[in-house]
Write a protein that binds this ligand. Structure first.
Ligand SMILES: Cc1cc2nc3c(=O)[nH]c(=O)nc-3n(C[C@H](O)[C@H](O)[C@H](O)COP(=O)(O)O)c2cc1C
Length: 471
């Protein structure tokens, strides 16, 4: 990666301190960083800090003497523009095309051959507000790369989505936008143009069509009860949101009670295993998808029959009484993940499968991943262990295994989404369908530690469930 000129714009959020960590790393990477700070941003971070980090005077006031044309000149100077943190106020101002400060004027003067990244940071209510939702969509449509937000506890004490993602993730996005190999750019209308040899936009190719499955299936026992799991579909919904933010055209096929699709993501629902299977066959056979991210918690078993006081009864009807002696007969469901390519009208479909284990050691986890590769011929398997996942703190360690035997350890859902987006955008198939034996060799480029154990695509899968997800 060559040294680049980075225009780094800070706005008035408490997350400004995290932006300083990003700036520091960019400077250490050898980049020239010019900071712009709104008046509100300077309430959070002093000019001395920004100047000390970058060795350059921070710019804030459009009317500073001797800098009259900087709202144009800085656009010409920069290779990439980053707004971090981006407040609700700034997002909505930019979306309205207002230019009454330097950040707004620079945005209107932006040269769309250059990447423009924006890392939102705000309270969940501000993030969920229709004005902000509309602003984000408008900016995205103009070619701004909106980085995802994180979920968790905010400085205000509220909990939810809106927290700025971590410096490492922002750095990864900036580095990607500077990757010398990428040449595709997005114009304000979203059309792609080729710009050889200069800085670039993120790896995710716009308009890749991705199908994400999420949530748990429900198998009817009687007319009011089901066999299911605790999957919330949160991970799938978050992956869908991130993939959408990275420029993909996303369909979220989710359990009917699971987390609803985020803005800009098309949604479909399923209840039973049979529903999910039917929907997968219909969607993959009827439409072109580039990839499936199969994060749904699919029941390994269907309810094949009931015995009530020794008498056989078909499942799914009536209501079983409380005084009866009931036996439930289970029959194994087929593995949907094994059939995705066969159902797909796109023979090049990329398949990302998920493997959940529970308190498995490294060897057991790896064996489970190998087994999944063997029968599914997936391009990648996301593995995590229920024991390592913490729904309260949002901790979500996972390992992304590729079919060529390489792996990446990931600490959060955001990092996982980023890794999957990169994988989907990558033109190299990376050994899709490679024999599972490749996994028994040494990992060729080990980017992270060996898997610590089992994996949970959905942190809320029922730890007490007798069956494991059907992968
Ligand atoms: C302590 C404090 C923290 C704030 N944090 C945020 C924040 O994280 N995100 C946000 O959108 N606004 C936040 N605000 C409100 C903005 O600072 C305010 O809307 C301001 O006008 C933004 O101006 P700017 O977008 O020009 O920087 C905060 C305000 C205060 C007083």
């Amino acid at each position: 990666m060559c040294a680049a000129k980075i225009l780094f714009e800070l706005t008035g959020s408490i997350a400004a301190w995290k932006a300083c960590a990003v700036i520091s790393r960019l400077v250490q990477d050898g980049h020239e960083v010019q900071t712009i700070a709104t008046a509100a941003a300077l309430q959070f971070i002093g000019p001395a800090t920004l100047e000390g980090l970058t060795g350059r005077r921070v710019r804030s006031d459009m009317w500073d003497r001797g800098t009259a044309m900087d709202h144009i000149n800085l656009v010409k100077w920069a290779d990439v523009v980053v707004v971090c943190p981006a407040t609700a106020n700034t997002i909505n101002k930019l979306a309205a095309g207002l230019a009454d400060d330097l950040v707004g004027a620079l945005f209107l003067a932006h040269d769309w051959k250059k990447p423009f990244l924006l890392a939102p940071a705000m309270n969940p209510a501000m993030w969920a507000h229709p004005a902000t939702r509309a602003g984000v969509e408008k900016l995205r449509g103009w070619g701004v790369k909106i980085l995802p937000v994180a979920r968790g506890r905010l400085a205000c004490g509220d909990e939810g989505e809106g927290r700025m993602i971590e410096p490492e993730e922002i750095l990864a996005a900036i580095r990607e936008s500077l990757a010398p190999s990428a040449v595709g750019r997005v114009t304000p209308r979203g059309a792609s143009v080729d710009v050889a040899g200069s800085v670039t936009r993120p790896t995710a190719k716009p308009h890749r069509r991705v199908l994400v499955t999420a949530g748990g299936t429900e198998e009817p026992i009687d007319g009011v009860r089901t066999l299911t799991n605790f999957s919330t579909g949160r991970t799938g919904a978050l992956l869908a949101e991130h993939l959408r933010a990275w420029g993909c055209d996303v369909t979220l096929l989710r359990a009917h009670r699971a987390t609803p699709p985020p803005a800009g993501v098309r949604g479909e629902t399923f209840v039973t295993f049979a529903d999910l299977r039917g929907a997968l066959e219909r969607l993959l056979g009827g439409e072109h998808f580039d990839a499936v991210v199969h994060a749904a918690a699919v029941s390994d078993y269907a309810v094949a029959g009931l015995r009530v006081n020794g008498q056989p009864l078909p499942p799914g009807a009536g209501k079983l009484g409380t005084e009866q002696k009931i036996a439930i007969e289970l029959a194994p469901n087929p593995k949907l993940v094994d059939h995705l390519r066969a159902w797909s009208r796109n023979p090049e479909l990329r398949v990302i499968a998920f493997k959940l284990t529970r308190e498995a050691d490294a060897a057991a986890a790896r064996a489970a991943v190998e087994k999944l590769f063997a029968h599914s011929r997936a391009d990648a398997v996301v593995h995590n262990d229920l024991a390592a996942v913490d729904a309260a703190t949002g901790r979500f360690p996972a390992t992304l295994w590729r079919a060529d035997g390489t792996s990446t350890a990931l600490e959060s859902r955001e990092a996982l989404a980023h890794a999957i987006a990169t994988l989907i955008a990558d033109n190299e198939r990376g050994g899709a369908g490679a024999p599972p034996s490749t996994l028994t060799r040494e990992r060729r480029s080990q980017e992270g530690p060996a898997p610590a154990g089992p994996c949970a695509p959905d942190e809320a899968r029922d730890p007490r469930a007798e069956h494991s997800p059907n992968h």
